[in-house]
Design a protein around this ligand. Structure first.
Ligand code: PLP
Length: 369
């Protein structure tokens, strides 16, 4: 008996990720697989790191994609910087900040949480106060909290916490969709994921370490708890200009091709142009949904353009998302954690951040409600 070939439906991905993938990236994923130490592949790795530096707006030599999704980036940041007993202050205003605190605790750190209400940004002054009393090695926060649609002001946070603590930023949903300036804002470790505003499938976690963060890793007294994510070994594979590359693990070749191509598209569009496109599409969506009676969940002034969260009006059931998927081939996201069943999360990320997609969604919703 012949089995039929894989044939997933074509959906319009307007959820919190993955986002629609540009056809050029899908083509890149199908290119011939090279050996992971082939000089041609190493050239592609170096170009990928170079492009990542441009997109992160950094000169950090230690910039590469971790093999794994955004969570692997988060774990890489925390387990390399933190040793058992180190203190860290973490701003928590949603699911992903809470995850960061959980992962830091598992790395043996002494975690101080500075909480903000869901839908609000983290409060830079409160983080500053916590730093003055705790004197931590590092401060962590999420730039774009995907569970609520709220942005946090990273630049202000650095100003409030002073120059001393390492600043670790989750930009899984930020990178490529909103302003992010790793060097200018004094970020020491920043990580992301490929499946949001970069519009590449999930599977890699771009990360960058400032020279002093890289030195902190080099000066550790204890080995990194994770063998797979130990940057002191990974850097010998990913860093340029050091002669022969040391085998650590087999890079996911096709995903690196996809990221290489996705970054080419980002840089060809222009970073600032891309941020503006996200802003324009997000503003349009937020105005349309408000017109339809939805209440925007995140605080005004801190609303992410690439991820809009709305409270469901009376008479609109969360189950409608299933009909949107089945009848209209459109995916949107439900609420996470404490707002499960109460909000929807609509992503306009990367290739998906277009007014035409907003119109298609709004028309479909109007047909259903
Ligand atoms: N951090 C944020 C802000 C996220 O939105 C996500 C995923 O949605 C993650 C971390 C985890 O990334 P992943 O699901 O790719 O492991």
């Amino acid at each position: 008996m012949m089995r039929s070939p894989l044939a997933p439906p074509t959906r319009l991905l307007l959820g919190p990720g993955p986002s629609p993938v540009d056809p050029a990236v899908l083509d890149a994923l199908g290119k011939p697989v090279l050996g992971h130490l082939d000089p041609e592949f190493i050239r592609i790795m170096d170009e990928t790191s170079h492009r990542l530096r441009q997109v992160f707006r950094t000169r950090n030599p230690l910039t590469f994609p971790v093999s794994g999704t955004g969570s692997a980036g988060m774990e890489t940041a925390l387990v390399n910087v933190l040793e058992p007993g180190d203190r860290i202050v973490i701003g928590v205003n949603g699911v992903f900040g809470a995850r960061m605190a959980d992962a830091a605790g598992r790395a043996g750190a002494d975690v101080t949480i500075v909480e903000a209400a869901w839908g609000d940004p983290v409060n830079p002054e409160e983080l500053g106060q916590a730093v003055r009393s705790v004197k931590p090695k590092a401060v962590g926060l999420v730039q774009a909290e995907t569970s609520t649609g709220a942005a946090s002001p990273v630049e202000l946070v650095r100003r409030e916490i002073g120059p001393s603590p390492l600043l670790i930023v989750d930009s899984v949903t930020g990178l490529g969709g909103m302003a992010l300036e790793v060097d200018k804002w004094g970020i020491d470790v920043c990580f992301s994921g490929t499946q949001k505003c970069l519009s590449v499938p999930p599977g890699l976690a771009p990360i960058t370490f400032s020279p002093r963060a890289a030195q902190t890793v080099a000066d550790r007294k204890t080995p990194v708890q994770s063998w797979y994510l130990d940057v002191s070994m990974l850097r010998r594979y990913w860093e340029e200009g050091e002669g022969a590359r040391a085998y650590h693990h087999t890079a996911p070749i096709s995903m690196v091709y996809g990221l290489w191509e996705g970054l080419r598209l980002v840089l060809d569009e222009g970073l600032e142009e891309r941020w503006a496109r996200h802003r324009e599409a997000g503003d349009f969506l937020q105005a349309e949904l408000t017109d339809m009676g939805f209440k925007l969940f995140a605080r005004r002034g801190y609303r992410l353009p690439q991820l809009t969260s709305v409270r469901l009006p009376k008479g609109v059931d969360d189950g409608l998302r299933g009909r949107l998927l089945n009848d209209f081939d459109i995916e949107i996201g439900g609420g996470l954690g404490e707002v499960a069943g109460k909000v929807w999360r609509i992503g306009l990320m990367g290739f998906g951040a277009k007014k035409s997609n907003v119109i298609r969604l709004v028309q479909s919703l109007r047909a259903l409600i």
